[in-house]
Design a protein. Structure first.
Length: 367
């Protein structure tokens, strides 16, 4: 297990493009960290900088307290699994997995022992003599993982390893990676564009945008306590809804007004939290789709009903996604499949203000 630390790490490419901006990150021994963000956010650049394939323009990288900023990749004690399977087509499974050991001049007896142990770990015992052409996509990715872990590295880096697999294989291989992490108790850094992978696999998730870290937290923290509009909208599917709003005092209560005809009294905890905000601030109400549901009798405090005309409905089996327009913006909610939701029809909905967020419309900060 290795501790990986970056301090003020920045990368500027020869064409002047900035890849990373002042990255400060501490990855604890045995931790699985996921790097997520849109294309161009810097997640793969950060991974490849840790691996040693990209040299930072400034800042430092330490692995277990040793300065590694200028250390060649092969001397960093790191195993890497790439997006492409990158296994040799002319070699057997055994030869592919054992290749790093052969290059390191490990004795044949030790190689055989390590290869056998590794193939068992990745769920491929008995596949020693199979050729890559005879394997499924998921099995080839397991071979690639086996080759990365066979040397018992201090840390393992995964660069979107499941992106080329179909949906069923992604689920199965994701489970395999989670199992491997538990068994190896190794430090892992995992790049993905799939937030389901990040949220289910990672101890902590690093959300990146334009080469910067927007927020670091557990999956639960990022989902329920986003720090910025970017994080709030990026984490969660369907994405969080944002509605322009303002605060107003009515009859001794603090209300949030969405339109000229639609306003809600805030529940006591939220009213206390937002009481000090200016009534003239430009704000956004952030609410996740699961907190807009069909109205029910005897709702708990803070769950406020309203009427909407549905634009589109999407039956999903266990739930139905409903879309309607509010002040020119499209809003998404989740209702029961038995709620009677139909395209173009009215439906009485409710919003759970106990789970609302207020954001500064100008800065995007969650208040």
């Amino acid at each position: 297990m290795a501790k990986i630390t970056t301090s003020h790490l920045s990368v500027t490419f020869p064409d002047g493009t900035t890849g990373l901006r002042d990255i400060n990150l501490s990855i604890e021994p045995g931790e699985l960290i996921a790097l997520v963000g849109p294309s161009g956010s810097g997640k793969t650049t950060l991974l490849r900088t840790i691996a040693g394939f990209i040299s930072p323009s400034s800042g430092e990288l330490d692995i277990d307290g040793k300065q590694m900023t200028s250390t060649p990749p092969e001397e960093r004690g790191i195993g890497m699994v790439f997006q492409q399977h990158a296994i040799w087509p002319h070699m057997s499974v055994k030869e592919n997995v054992g290749y790093p050991l052969r290059r390191a001049k490990v004795s044949k007896a030790k190689r055989e022992e390590q290869i056998s142990k590794t193939l068992t770990l990745v769920g491929l015992p008995g596949f020693e003599d199979r050729s890559p052409d005879s394997l499924s996509g998921g099995q080839r990715q397991r071979v690639a993982m086996g080759r990365a872990i066979v040397r018992e590295a201090d840390a393992f880096l995964f660069d979107e390893p499941l992106s080329n697999l179909d949906a069923a294989l992604r689920v199965n291989t994701r489970i395999e990676i989670a199992r491997l992490h538990r068994q190896l108790a190794a430090t892992m850094v995992y790049v993905t564009h799939d937030q389901v992978e990040a949220m289910t696999l990672a101890d902590r998730v690093v959300v990146m945008n334009h080469g910067r870290i927007e927020q670091i937290g557990t999956p639960n923290e990022l989902y329920h306590k986003p720090a910025t509009r970017f994080v709030a909208s990026f984490i969660g599917s369907p994405a969080m809804n944002f509605v322009p709003c303002r605060l107003e005092d009515v009859g001794g209560k603090l209300n949030v007004r969405l339109t000229d005809r639609l306003a809600f009294a805030l529940p006591p905890a939220r009213a206390a939290r937002y009481q000090a905000l200016s009534r003239t601030d430009r704000l956004l109400l952030g609410i996740r789709p699961e907190h807009i549901m069909e109205a029910r009798p005897h709702a708990e405090p803070g769950v406020e009903p309203f009427d909407a005309v549905l634009d589109v409905t999407e039956p999903m089996g266990m739930e139905t996604l409903v879309y309607f327009t509010l002040e020119g913006g499209q809003i998404c909610g989740r209702v029961s499949p038995n709620a009677g939701a139909q395209d173009g029809s009215p439906l009485r909905l409710a919003v759970d203000l106990n789970n609302m967020h207020l954001l500064n419309e100008v800065t995007g900060a969650v208040l």
